[in-house]
Design a protein around this ligand. Structure first.
Ligand code: HH2
Length: 290
Protein backbone atom coordinates (compact mmCIF):
# COMPACT_ATOMS: atom_id res chain seq x y z
CA UNK A 1 0.00 0.00 0.00
CA UNK A 2 1.50 3.38 -0.88
CA UNK A 3 0.99 6.36 1.41
CA UNK A 4 -1.40 8.94 0.09
CA UNK A 5 -0.23 12.38 -1.00
CA UNK A 6 -1.36 15.50 0.85
CA UNK A 7 -1.35 19.06 -0.43
CA UNK A 8 -1.40 22.50 1.13
CA UNK A 9 -1.52 25.82 -0.70
CA UNK A 10 -0.09 29.12 0.45
CA UNK A 11 0.23 32.52 -1.15
CA UNK A 12 3.49 33.14 0.72
CA UNK A 13 6.73 31.29 0.07
CA UNK A 14 6.66 28.12 2.16
CA UNK A 15 9.81 26.03 2.76
CA UNK A 16 9.69 22.88 0.63
CA UNK A 17 6.79 24.10 -1.52
CA UNK A 18 6.87 24.43 -5.28
CA UNK A 19 5.66 27.44 -7.28
CA UNK A 20 2.11 26.91 -8.43
CA UNK A 21 0.44 29.64 -10.44
CA UNK A 22 0.61 32.76 -8.30
CA UNK A 23 1.24 30.80 -5.10
CA UNK A 24 3.01 27.84 -3.55
CA UNK A 25 2.04 24.21 -3.20
CA UNK A 26 3.43 21.94 -0.50
CA UNK A 27 3.10 18.21 -1.16
CA UNK A 28 3.97 15.38 1.20
CA UNK A 29 3.46 11.65 1.37
CA UNK A 30 1.92 9.87 4.33
CA UNK A 31 1.75 11.28 7.82
CA UNK A 32 4.05 14.11 8.98
CA UNK A 33 4.74 15.14 12.57
CA UNK A 34 3.98 18.60 13.92
CA UNK A 35 6.16 19.21 16.98
CA UNK A 36 4.68 21.14 19.92
CA UNK A 37 6.59 24.04 21.49
CA UNK A 38 4.62 25.60 24.33
CA UNK A 39 6.15 28.94 25.32
CA UNK A 40 3.94 29.02 28.40
CA UNK A 41 4.25 28.63 32.17
CA UNK A 42 1.14 26.43 32.48
CA UNK A 43 0.62 24.02 29.57
CA UNK A 44 -0.93 20.77 30.74
CA UNK A 45 2.05 18.51 30.08
CA UNK A 46 5.15 20.69 29.74
CA UNK A 47 4.28 24.09 31.25
CA UNK A 48 7.37 26.18 32.00
CA UNK A 49 9.81 23.93 30.19
CA UNK A 50 10.05 26.18 27.12
CA UNK A 51 9.05 29.54 28.58
CA UNK A 52 12.59 30.88 28.17
CA UNK A 53 13.08 31.75 24.47
CA UNK A 54 16.47 30.02 24.33
CA UNK A 55 14.92 26.77 25.62
CA UNK A 56 12.03 27.04 23.16
CA UNK A 57 14.32 27.68 20.19
CA UNK A 58 16.66 24.84 21.14
CA UNK A 59 13.70 22.47 21.49
CA UNK A 60 12.26 23.58 18.14
CA UNK A 61 15.61 23.09 16.41
CA UNK A 62 15.94 19.63 17.96
CA UNK A 63 12.45 18.72 16.72
CA UNK A 64 13.30 19.89 13.21
CA UNK A 65 16.56 17.91 13.26
CA UNK A 66 14.61 14.84 14.44
CA UNK A 67 12.40 14.96 11.36
CA UNK A 68 9.40 17.11 12.24
CA UNK A 69 7.41 18.39 9.26
CA UNK A 70 6.22 21.44 11.21
CA UNK A 71 7.08 23.20 14.47
CA UNK A 72 4.02 24.62 16.25
CA UNK A 73 4.82 27.52 18.58
CA UNK A 74 2.14 28.54 21.08
CA UNK A 75 2.04 31.16 23.83
CA UNK A 76 -1.26 30.34 25.59
CA UNK A 77 -2.36 27.14 27.27
CA UNK A 78 -5.81 25.96 26.18
CA UNK A 79 -6.22 23.48 29.02
CA UNK A 80 -9.54 23.79 30.88
CA UNK A 81 -9.28 26.48 33.53
CA UNK A 82 -6.06 28.06 32.17
CA UNK A 83 -5.67 31.75 33.01
CA UNK A 84 -6.39 34.15 30.14
CA UNK A 85 -3.34 35.78 28.55
CA UNK A 86 -3.31 39.28 27.00
CA UNK A 87 -2.41 39.33 23.29
CA UNK A 88 0.65 41.50 24.03
CA UNK A 89 1.95 38.87 26.46
CA UNK A 90 1.18 36.08 24.01
CA UNK A 91 3.01 37.93 21.22
CA UNK A 92 5.97 38.65 23.50
CA UNK A 93 6.24 34.89 24.14
CA UNK A 94 5.91 33.54 20.60
CA UNK A 95 7.32 36.20 18.28
CA UNK A 96 10.99 36.09 19.42
CA UNK A 97 10.90 32.29 19.26
CA UNK A 98 9.45 32.26 15.74
CA UNK A 99 11.96 34.90 14.63
CA UNK A 100 14.94 32.98 16.02
CA UNK A 101 13.74 29.65 14.63
CA UNK A 102 13.26 31.21 11.20
CA UNK A 103 16.79 32.67 11.32
CA UNK A 104 18.42 29.48 12.59
CA UNK A 105 16.44 27.01 10.48
CA UNK A 106 15.53 28.70 7.18
CA UNK A 107 14.13 25.40 5.84
CA UNK A 108 11.81 24.73 8.77
CA UNK A 109 8.04 25.04 8.46
CA UNK A 110 6.74 27.03 11.42
CA UNK A 111 3.20 27.23 12.69
CA UNK A 112 1.81 29.65 15.28
CA UNK A 113 -0.81 28.28 17.67
CA UNK A 114 -3.07 31.29 18.28
CA UNK A 115 -6.64 32.56 18.03
CA UNK A 116 -5.61 36.20 18.06
CA UNK A 117 -5.35 38.10 14.75
CA UNK A 118 -2.66 40.51 15.99
CA UNK A 119 -0.52 37.66 17.32
CA UNK A 120 -0.98 35.83 14.01
CA UNK A 121 0.12 38.92 12.06
CA UNK A 122 3.17 39.48 14.26
CA UNK A 123 4.17 35.80 14.10
CA UNK A 124 3.83 35.66 10.31
CA UNK A 125 5.89 38.86 10.02
CA UNK A 126 8.53 37.09 12.16
CA UNK A 127 8.52 34.06 9.86
CA UNK A 128 5.58 31.75 10.66
CA UNK A 129 4.09 29.89 7.68
CA UNK A 130 0.78 28.62 9.11
CA UNK A 131 -1.82 29.72 11.67
CA UNK A 132 -3.11 26.96 13.96
CA UNK A 133 -6.39 28.00 15.60
CA UNK A 134 -8.05 25.68 18.10
CA UNK A 135 -11.19 27.84 17.70
CA UNK A 136 -11.51 26.94 14.00
CA UNK A 137 -11.12 30.50 12.64
CA UNK A 138 -14.51 31.43 14.08
CA UNK A 139 -13.27 35.02 14.53
CA UNK A 140 -13.82 36.88 11.24
CA UNK A 141 -10.81 39.08 12.08
CA UNK A 142 -8.55 36.00 12.17
CA UNK A 143 -9.98 34.75 8.86
CA UNK A 144 -9.31 38.21 7.38
CA UNK A 145 -5.76 38.21 8.77
CA UNK A 146 -4.94 34.80 7.26
CA UNK A 147 -6.49 35.85 3.93
CA UNK A 148 -4.54 39.11 3.87
CA UNK A 149 -1.29 37.46 4.92
CA UNK A 150 -1.83 34.67 2.39
CA UNK A 151 -1.14 31.91 4.91
CA UNK A 152 -3.08 28.65 5.29
CA UNK A 153 -4.61 27.67 8.64
CA UNK A 154 -5.38 24.69 10.82
CA UNK A 155 -9.11 24.79 11.50
CA UNK A 156 -9.77 22.79 14.63
CA UNK A 157 -13.13 21.80 16.10
CA UNK A 158 -14.24 23.42 19.34
CA UNK A 159 -17.65 24.36 20.68
CA UNK A 160 -17.60 27.07 23.31
CA UNK A 161 -14.39 28.13 24.99
CA UNK A 162 -11.44 26.11 26.36
CA UNK A 163 -12.03 27.42 29.90
CA UNK A 164 -15.43 25.73 30.15
CA UNK A 165 -15.35 23.17 27.32
CA UNK A 166 -15.13 20.10 29.53
CA UNK A 167 -18.08 21.07 31.75
CA UNK A 168 -20.67 18.93 29.93
CA UNK A 169 -19.70 17.96 26.38
CA UNK A 170 -22.85 16.87 24.52
CA UNK A 171 -23.30 15.38 21.07
CA UNK A 172 -26.03 13.14 19.64
CA UNK A 173 -23.71 11.86 16.92
CA UNK A 174 -20.24 13.23 17.57
CA UNK A 175 -18.71 12.16 14.25
CA UNK A 176 -21.54 13.54 12.10
CA UNK A 177 -21.71 16.79 14.07
CA UNK A 178 -17.96 17.42 14.12
CA UNK A 179 -17.72 16.58 10.40
CA UNK A 180 -20.56 18.98 9.53
CA UNK A 181 -19.09 21.77 11.68
CA UNK A 182 -15.60 21.28 10.19
CA UNK A 183 -17.05 21.33 6.68
CA UNK A 184 -18.82 24.61 7.44
CA UNK A 185 -15.71 26.10 9.06
CA UNK A 186 -13.62 25.15 6.03
CA UNK A 187 -16.11 26.80 3.66
CA UNK A 188 -16.19 29.97 5.82
CA UNK A 189 -12.39 30.17 5.77
CA UNK A 190 -12.05 29.60 2.03
CA UNK A 191 -14.89 32.07 1.30
CA UNK A 192 -13.00 34.68 3.32
CA UNK A 193 -9.92 34.17 1.11
CA UNK A 194 -7.77 31.97 3.37
CA UNK A 195 -5.59 30.13 0.82
CA UNK A 196 -6.08 26.64 2.24
CA UNK A 197 -6.95 24.75 5.42
CA UNK A 198 -5.99 21.65 7.37
CA UNK A 199 -8.88 20.22 9.40
CA UNK A 200 -8.62 18.87 12.96
CA UNK A 201 -11.36 17.14 15.01
CA UNK A 202 -10.08 18.86 18.18
CA UNK A 203 -9.54 15.83 20.40
CA UNK A 204 -10.03 16.78 24.04
CA UNK A 205 -11.61 20.11 23.14
CA UNK A 206 -15.10 19.81 24.64
CA UNK A 207 -15.13 16.03 24.21
CA UNK A 208 -15.34 13.05 26.51
CA UNK A 209 -13.12 9.99 26.21
CA UNK A 210 -15.94 8.23 24.34
CA UNK A 211 -16.22 11.17 21.91
CA UNK A 212 -12.45 11.13 21.33
CA UNK A 213 -12.54 7.39 20.67
CA UNK A 214 -15.38 7.76 18.17
CA UNK A 215 -13.54 10.57 16.37
CA UNK A 216 -10.26 8.64 16.20
CA UNK A 217 -12.10 5.60 14.89
CA UNK A 218 -13.67 7.86 12.23
CA UNK A 219 -10.32 9.14 10.95
CA UNK A 220 -10.92 7.74 7.46
CA UNK A 221 -14.29 9.49 7.17
CA UNK A 222 -12.78 12.75 8.43
CA UNK A 223 -10.05 12.61 5.76
CA UNK A 224 -12.81 12.82 3.19
CA UNK A 225 -13.87 16.37 4.11
CA UNK A 226 -11.68 17.88 1.40
CA UNK A 227 -8.61 18.90 3.41
CA UNK A 228 -5.55 17.26 4.98
CA UNK A 229 -6.44 15.98 8.46
CA UNK A 230 -4.43 16.80 11.59
CA UNK A 231 -4.89 14.67 14.70
CA UNK A 232 -3.72 15.95 18.09
CA UNK A 233 -4.00 13.28 20.76
CA UNK A 234 -0.59 13.86 22.33
CA UNK A 235 -0.56 13.23 26.10
CA UNK A 236 -4.24 14.09 26.38
CA UNK A 237 -6.39 13.15 29.35
CA UNK A 238 -8.33 10.44 27.50
CA UNK A 239 -5.12 8.58 26.69
CA UNK A 240 -4.14 8.72 30.35
CA UNK A 241 -7.53 7.38 31.35
CA UNK A 242 -7.40 4.43 28.95
CA UNK A 243 -3.69 3.66 29.42
CA UNK A 244 -3.96 4.18 33.19
CA UNK A 245 -1.22 6.80 33.30
CA UNK A 246 -2.06 9.87 35.38
CA UNK A 247 1.13 11.80 34.52
CA UNK A 248 0.83 13.56 31.12
CA UNK A 249 4.59 13.46 30.37
CA UNK A 250 4.53 9.66 30.68
CA UNK A 251 1.88 9.28 27.97
CA UNK A 252 4.17 9.35 24.91
CA UNK A 253 3.80 5.63 24.17
CA UNK A 254 0.03 6.04 24.33
CA UNK A 255 0.32 9.08 22.07
CA UNK A 256 2.37 7.17 19.49
CA UNK A 257 -0.19 4.35 19.48
CA UNK A 258 -3.13 6.71 18.93
CA UNK A 259 -1.27 8.62 16.25
CA UNK A 260 -0.13 5.49 14.39
CA UNK A 261 -3.79 4.47 14.26
CA UNK A 262 -4.63 7.91 12.83
CA UNK A 263 -1.77 7.66 10.32
CA UNK A 264 -2.86 4.18 9.25
CA UNK A 265 -6.28 5.63 8.52
CA UNK A 266 -5.10 8.56 6.41
CA UNK A 267 -4.18 11.41 8.78
CA UNK A 268 -1.80 13.85 7.09
CA UNK A 269 -0.33 15.23 10.31
CA UNK A 270 -0.09 14.34 13.96
CA UNK A 271 0.68 17.02 16.57
CA UNK A 272 3.11 15.59 19.11
CA UNK A 273 5.26 16.58 22.07
CA UNK A 274 7.77 13.74 21.60
CA UNK A 275 8.88 14.21 18.01
CA UNK A 276 11.68 11.59 17.85
CA UNK A 277 9.37 8.83 19.15
CA UNK A 278 6.73 9.71 16.55
CA UNK A 279 9.19 10.04 13.66
CA UNK A 280 10.75 6.68 14.50
CA UNK A 281 7.39 4.94 14.82
CA UNK A 282 6.12 6.36 11.53
CA UNK A 283 9.36 5.41 9.73
CA UNK A 284 9.09 1.81 10.89
CA UNK A 285 5.43 1.66 9.99
CA UNK A 286 6.18 3.03 6.50
CA UNK A 287 9.08 0.57 6.12
CA UNK A 288 6.64 -2.24 6.76
CA UNK A 289 4.39 -0.95 4.02
CA UNK A 290 1.91 1.07 6.07
N1 HH2 B 1 -4.11 20.67 21.23
C1 HH2 B 1 -3.54 21.57 22.06
C2 HH2 B 1 -3.12 22.82 21.60
N2 HH2 B 1 -3.24 23.13 20.29
N3 HH2 B 1 -3.92 22.56 18.11
C3 HH2 B 1 -4.49 21.70 17.27
N4 HH2 B 1 -4.63 22.00 15.98
N5 HH2 B 1 -4.94 20.46 17.70
C4 HH2 B 1 -4.84 20.08 18.99
O1 HH2 B 1 -5.29 18.95 19.32
C5 HH2 B 1 -4.26 20.98 19.91
C6 HH2 B 1 -3.80 22.24 19.43
C7 HH2 B 1 -3.35 21.22 23.51
O2 HH2 B 1 -2.07 20.69 23.73
P1 HH2 B 1 -0.84 21.53 24.32
O3 HH2 B 1 -0.49 22.63 23.39
O4 HH2 B 1 0.28 20.63 24.65
O5 HH2 B 1 -1.38 22.07 25.71
P2 HH2 B 1 -1.75 23.50 26.23
O6 HH2 B 1 -2.94 23.98 25.46
O7 HH2 B 1 -2.03 23.28 27.70
O8 HH2 B 1 -0.58 24.41 26.00
Amino acid sequence: MSASEHRLRSRRPLPGAERDGGGYLLRWQGCAVMGVINVTPDSFSDGGRHLAPTAAVAAGRAQWAAGAGWIDVGGVSTRPGAAPVAPEVEAARVVPVVRALRADEPGARISVDTSDPDVARAAVAAGADLVNDVRGLRDPALRAACAELGVPAVVSHLRGEPATMQAAPQFDDVVAEVAAELRAARARALDAGVPDVILDPGLGFGKTTAHNRALLRATTALTELGAPLLVGASRKHSLGEVADEPVPERRDAASVAAHLYAAANGAALVRAHDVPAHVQALRIWRWLGG
